[in-house]
Every structure is written in structure tokens, then in C-alpha cells.
Design a protein around this ligand. Sequence first.
Ligand code: PBG
Length: 333
Amino acid sequence: MPDMPSFPSTRLRRTRSTPWSRNLVRENRLSPHDLIWPLFITSGTGVEEPVASLPGVSRWSVDNIVERAREAVALDIPCVALFPNTPPDKRSDDGAEALNPDNLMCTAIRAIKGALGDDIGVLTDVALDPYTSHGQDGLINDKGYVLNDATSDVLTAQALIQTEAGADIIAPSDMMDGRIGRIRDALESGGHHNVQIMAYSAKYASAFYGPFRDAVGSGGLLKGDKKSYQMDPANADEAMREIAMDIAEGADSVMVKPGLPYLDIVRAAADSFNIPVFAYQVSGEYAMIEAAAAAGAGDRDTLILETLMAFKRAGCSGVLTYHAAHAARLLNG
Ligand code: PBG
């Protein structure tokens, strides 16, 4: 019998024993450059309206949105994502306000790009839910069913209007089939060759979107659910088919949404496709972290950075998070 050591000669804890060594062997790093900051726009001037279900998140009037974008630049956050809270009298069954070149969204895009130019990217959400009187992301028939092709026509026009206002990344969050190809064709024909498309490819019909719907004012209006177009939380292979379709149609990057409960989808996407993968840490996830921290279940800053690192570990190029500014401040030390 050879002599057997009484303890393993390889001790993984050796490299964990000091801060410098942990720094040396760390596999993933999080930086402000990984973050996209979603911002909610409201009417008026000088307005900040706190969103009750998202403690610490506000809707801002366009002048204040520009200040938030300026703050993002100072924090090294590369991109902001815009969502409008359309006034109730401008919502309609067909969501026509989405095509108004002077709507809140387009006004905010022009204001940010006018003030900051290419110092920051502006990502815009393409979907009709902030503009419809029924809260669905598209046009509905008399049974309330969301129509794919008629909706895609409107979304294509919406994407062009946002692009003409100066949007850098068009992000369709509607989950209609075929809309990425339609939008890409329209952008090419319009000469907008450098406008990116980030496809919300694997977007699930999730209970984690509640506070967002409060923030854009669609929650109280929504009848029924979005299960006929958003994905079934039980499905993973189908997400790979969604992503493959959006890439074939011309997406520059793809997104998985929600984030933390779907990190298996992020990992599978990162392994299967050679394209940047983003995740959206959505409103309900933000609210859960805030509630947990407020209840004393964990240290807020540590919870925030640990969850954001989990996205990097799962293979994300970046994360949309309402914690972006706070996280960037922590990371910038
Ligand atoms: C709507 C849209 C939603 C979100 C982003 N775009 C909600 C929905 O699909 O009902 C959710 C984001 C969040 O919860 O933070 N097209």
C-alpha cells in the first residue's frame, strides 16, 4: 500500500485565502459597461414621479430624462432604455400614439441625442402596450386575441419613427413572429444601416412584470394575459428556436427575459449562438431584491452585485437593470 495523505493535497481554498488571490483567479468581472439602464418617461417639465411598486425608481419628464442620461454617461453606463407612460387620453384601441413622431418616446430620444450625441446609446422598446387602451402589446380582434401580422405592420412603422428620432438600438419586446425581419428590411430600405436590433427573443409570459405595468400605466388596463404571444415558462428548447429565428431575420443581439429565473436559458443561448446575449432583470426581480433588503434578509448592495454577477457567469454580454446607476456607483468605488 502506498502512503495515502490524510487530507487532499489539492486544496481549492488555497486560492481563496486572500483578497489578492481571489482577484487573480476571478473568472468573471462586472463593470458599468455591462449595464443598460431602463428609464420611464412622463409628461411635463421638472417632474419626478416615484413608482410605488418600484421603490427607488421614478418616472421622469423629458428634461429630467436627459439629466439621467447625463448621469449614466458620468457613470460609464453605455446605454439607456426608454419606456413611456403615455397620458390616458392618448391611449386608444389601435395604439396610434405609438406612431406620433412627437410622442413622449420620440421627444425623449431627440432630447437625449441632442444633448449627448454618441456619448450614450439609446435603446427603444417597440411594442404597443404603453399606447393601447387594452394594455396588450399589439392589435386585437373582437375576442381580444393579439393579431400577429397586422401588429407587425404597426411595429415596423413604430421602429422607423423611433429610428428617425435618433434611436440607436431598436428593441422589439412584443413577441410577434417575423417582426425582426420586417423591421430590418424597413431599416435597410430607409438607409438606417447602423441601427441595431436587440430582439427580445425569449420573452416569457411572466408574473415578474407587474411593477413595470404600473410604471407605464398599462397594468390597470390589461384584460386577460399575454400567453398567446409570450413564451410558456415551461419551455426551454422553444427559446432556442425563437433566438434562431430572430438571428436569421437580422437581430444584432438577443435578449432573455425575465433574468434570474431564466439563467438556464441565458446559458443555453450563450453556448448555442455566436451573438451577444443580454438579459433583462425585470421589475419584479428588482422589487424582490428591494423587499428582501428592506426585510433584513440580506445586504442590499451585496444582493445587487451578486445577482448582476450571476448574469455574467451565465454568459451575458450585459444586463438591463433598474439598479444600473446604483450598481455602477458601487463598481466605480
Ligand atoms: C412590454 C414590456 C414589458 C416589459 C418590457 N417591455 C411588460 C410586458 O410584457 O407586459 C417588462 C419589463 C419589466 O418588468 O421590468 N412590451
